[in-house]
Design a protein around this ligand. Sequence first.
Ligand code: ATP
Ligand code: MG
Length: 586
Amino acid sequence: MSHRTAPGADTAGDPAPPAEKQDFIRQIVRQDLASGKHSAIRTRFPPEPNGYLHIGHAKAICLDFGIAAEFGGLCNLRFDDTNPAKEDPEFVQAIQDDVRWLGFDWAGLRHASDYFEVFYLGAEKLIRQGDAFVCDLSAEQVREYRGTLTEPGRNSPYRDRSVEENLDLFRRMRAGEFADGARTLRAKIDMASGNMNLRDPALYRIKQVAHQNTGDAWPIYPMYDYAHSLGDAIEGITHSLCTLEFEDHRPLYDWCVDRVDLANSPELLAPLLGKGLPNEAAKPRQIEFSRLNINYTVMSKRKLTQLVAEGLVDGWDDPRMYTLQGLRRRGYTPAALRLLVDRVGISKQNSVIDFSVLEGCLRDDLDARAPRRMAVVEPLKFVLANLPEGHTETLTFPNHPKDESFGTREVPFSRELWIERGDFAEVPPKGWKRLVPGGEVRLRGAGIVRCDEVVKDDDGNVVELRGTLDPESRPGMEGANRKVKGTIHWVDATRAVAAEIRLYDRLFSVANPDDEADGKTYRDHINPDSRAVVQGYVEPAAAAAEPETRFQFERTGYFVADRRDHRSDAPVFNRAVTLRDTWTQK
Ligand code: ATP
Ligand code: MG
């Protein structure tokens, strides 16, 4: 694999050269262009602004925006804001930030609410055509009348109202004359249909709730299927890509597009004229693909919301969260997430991706992209007693072992160092290659040292090691090539910067936290070891980094300078991922 991206350039190209993708959706798009069915491609990404985007949404974003970009088309970001009670401008902003962070931009920023007037006129048209009626059944009665998968439903007693009565009632619904839930506008399709979605589904409901965009203008709101299909038609969406659970909704989607027939009804689009909004009314095609599922995660906005609300995590961007904000703060790169979507591929087959695939994408990206630094997570003092008191040096280290374009940096070195406590063993286990009393080890880039003395406190804890630096083993010298078993990393104790190091791991300790067998819920499966905060030391060139800079701390893992809390004089680093997959099921 060739890696041509400049260090730190997050949103630049993917690490792998883009091979032409061959999934079934792209095949359809290619055919539609080749046959002349479409001369240009239009897609949209339609999130509901009722929560933060999660890693599953990254798949939809990469597909919607990616296909538009690959085929010279356009992709809109459309907020599906038809349910004002649950929606919030905070989410609207965050979703835009997330899409941009992933490396995409939209042709148009739209809202379903931009089209409320058109949807309303479309509903009146359906009423006049005899395709919709106002129903007075309560929600509970509607359920009773709906029937089951094995039994047909029954017609609503209000189904045969006259066009005049329906128009009058619908206009009065719109005027705010009726209470929430008192009436609905329903499509008149087929109460015996084998597809429950076609059993006279609701198109409008009464909800006297203010809307973040339209204020108090509307006491009625369109249902998702109606608003989504017409929104696609208004924007001239050619390929409306969505997840498999909408497959059974496709006949209703098509019904709405066909019966309202915006393409041949310019009068319905009049409200959009002069407002700079699209009015290209074409016939869109809905195509479904399987959701992204990853084990050890939850990926429902509802559950992610609850984790935050119940204080089980520290907010939406807690680095353990599977929101895009959380992954970003954890140190994930946009390129790693795009790589994940490419590796997983697009199909109609439901599957669960192993968490290690996600982590592998980040490792592969950061291996190429992240400069190397040294940091000591669990410090133990090592004094090189044969160097004069106060001795200091500055060494020059390459920033990347495989890529000279990363340049070099200066690393201070002195008589007193911090090494990892875990790199020393008084009684070494079998096969141990690191430091032991009387043994030798190579200090990365500095020389070979021997441990001569183990200093302990009154309780017998090791508090310091003292040893000798072989003066003939310094870099570039003949003796530097002398064979010793192990190499360890270190930082200069006099000039390293004390840092808060947050060691994150998987948020859940079981593969399927959604499994509610045994009366447990995902709340009961939070991994108690998913976060450990320790005080360590980082070399000055790591401390000086801007927030969100990612490094490989040699031998330790990939880390990111925390987006919110990191300061050069008080560094905070989050572990994004370990160097190797070491996960064991607890
Ligand atoms: P959730 O079910 O997690 O609450 P949602 O589907 O309600 O999410 P929307 O805002 O409606 O969230 O989603 C916007 C788009 O993202 C939809 O087209 C939806 O199909 C897609 N999407 C949501 N979750 C996934 C996923 N796990 N994998 C792929 N696409 C997804
Ligand atoms: Mg949804």
